[in-house]
Design a protein around this ligand. Structure first.
Ligand SMILES: CC(=O)SCCNC(=O)CCNC(=O)[C@H](O)C(C)(C)COP(=O)(O)OP(=O)(O)OC[C@H]1O[C@@H](n2cnc3c(N)ncnc32)[C@H](O)[C@@H]1OP(=O)(O)O
Length: 197
């Protein structure tokens, strides 16, 4: 309790990364089929927008949406702000969302993280993380839309490949978007240090 930081409007609308890059993604480059055709620049409804995460998304249900994916814990506005600032300063975090502007609510999200490598001539590798669509909006192509958006973004940023971990039942979903199980090289292994809170 106590000192709460007050943000000006331009700070609240601050993007995690420049939004212009999403407008030029070429959806014809994706193997995904959209019926009807939609893209990040034209998501099919005038009340819908695909854009980078904003500071104000704390108040637009972004964390409530993530809690449909996994446990988020009780994150305060201050914690959210600090993490947003750290992600922005460090670079390589492309948290991307779909907003229903009628309700000022975040209804879909996916994150691309870009890892810097020495191998492959100082290459970049993308990882797809934290994909989720609000349960009342599922089955309307929004999952495809947000995953294809960040996958094309990875390509646009120069990543040589993009990887993900998922449950068996989602393999078909991701295959339809261009991801492949590579024979002899598709084992996800984890070492757990503590229960995530
Ligand atoms: C890398 C990761 O983050 S993996 C974690 C993925 N996230 C989760 O599991 C969180 C809970 N689930 C969700 O949020 C959603 O179900 C998502 C994101 C997986 C899919 O979102 P939707 O908006 O429903 O997907 P969308 O409408 O684009 O469906 C695309 C296709 O995948 C299929 N599909 C979607 N979800 C599932 C599922 N859970 N199981 C099997 N098939 C599925 C759909 O039937 C559809 O097929 P079609 O094109 O032949 O009709």
């Amino acid at each position: 309790m106590g000192m709460e930081k007050h943000y000006r409007d331009e700070e609240l609308s601050e993007y995690l990364y420049p939004p212009e890059i999403l407008q030029k993604l070429d959806f014809t480059k994706s193997p995904a089929t959209f019926k009807p055709k939609i893209s990040a620049a034209s998501p099919g409804e005038d009340w819908m927008v695909v854009r980078p995460l904003q500071r104000s998304d704390y108040d637009k249900g972004f964390l409530q949406l993530l809690s449909q994916l996994t446990s988020t814990g009780n994150i305060s506005k201050k914690q959210f702000d600090e993490r947003f600032t750290q992600m922005k300063m460090s670079g390589g975090y492309y948290v991307t969302v779909i907003e229903d502007k009628r309700l000022a609510k975040i209804i879909g999200a996916a994150t691309l993280t870009v890892e810097q490598k020495f191998i492959h001539n100082c290459s970049l590798r993308g990882r797809l993380e934290d994909v989720v669509v609000n349960d009342t909006y599922r089955g309307k192509q929004l999952g495809k839309l947000i995953v294809v958006t960040v996958s094309l973004l990875a390509h646009e940023l120069g990543c040589y490949k993009m990887s993900l971990d998922c449950k068996d039942k989602l393999i078909k979903f991701y295959e339809s978007l261009g991801y492949k199980l590579e024979a002899g090289n598709s084992n996800a292994m984890n070492m757990r240090f503590e229960e995530p809170s």
